[in-house]
Design a protein around this ligand. Sequence first.
Ligand SMILES: Nc1ncnc2c1ncn2[C@@H]1O[C@H](COP(=O)(O)OP(=O)(O)OP(=O)(O)O)[C@@H](O)[C@H]1O
Length: 326
Amino acid sequence: MIQTSGLTRHFTVKKQTVEAVRGLDLRVEDGELVALLGPNGAGKSTTLRMLTTLIPPTAGTASVAGYDVVAQQREVRRVIGYIGQGNGAAHSQRGRDELVSQGRAYGMSVRDAKVRADELIASLDLAAVADRPVSSLSGGQKRRLDIAMGLIHAPRLLFLDEPSTGLDPQNRANLQEHILKLRAEHGTTIVLTTHYLDEADAMAERVVVIDHGTVIADDTPARLKADHAGDRITLGFGSAADADRAARRLASLAGATVAATGSEVDVRAVGGPRLVPGIIRDLDAAGIAVESTAVSRPTLDDVFLNLTGRSLREGVVSTSTEEVAA
Ligand SMILES: Nc1ncnc2c1ncn2[C@@H]1O[C@H](COP(=O)(O)OP(=O)(O)OP(=O)(O)O)[C@@H](O)[C@H]1O
């Protein structure tokens, strides 16, 4: 459905070149739900804007549904829906009228546009508010209306740029549910950008991690976590001296990274819960008493941290860590 090769976009700001996207290679298959995950300024929106023909690439190529995004812009636009960050229907109009007008703009008959608008209003749970002026809708309802607008012409591919930014957690969860339902009903290929780790984790079959305009990892959330970040075992000791001794002893643990902070030691290793009994026995034999243990599963933030040495969480609402009993 999407194929890019060396996709690049530079901007010139006050004679300085900003390399927003640098040689991006991406492939998205029919029917996939892919999340582009990365920190602010990573190049996610710029990538989407090139794929939706809003801006041309500086270099490289991209095709969408077999059409070139530069040479065949009109064809690309016909098969895609795009919901940008700043979308929004006209505020004095009723949501239903907005949808029908949008359908008409795509060349649909009034009748077809009305039928499709009814379907989307039902799927997106907008029936109670569709006949009110858009200005009276809540943030979550407006965002769902935006999505309906992007889907009115039944596109094969939907681009969503940060669909849930600005929504509270409950509305975010609700929107995610609606997107997944739509996808199950229509089989639409979906590419979304997000910097919400939990959103990428919960929704996407594939997460493409972007940093500084390039893909730094691309896999299922589960495999990313297994390959790039182990479980975190946190061991508590009676003193910092004990923690230091324990960290030195555990440094030889195959495939693990170990770090002591105060009276705690963090061990990163795949298969954490299974390692804990052996670790405790070993430390006990060395006369070091473990006072507490906790094991947490890795998050996509751990993956990002492992790949870049930086956290994705800065300035971002983070996901909760799944705690596992040791
Ligand atoms: N029109 C523009 N003119 C100049 N620089 C731009 C323009 N659009 C984007 N950039 C720059 O390109 C880089 C990538 O921006 P982009 O919006 O693609 O990132 P993003 O990953 O979508 O970030 P966010 O999560 O904040 O939306 C940033 O450094 C940004 O300042």
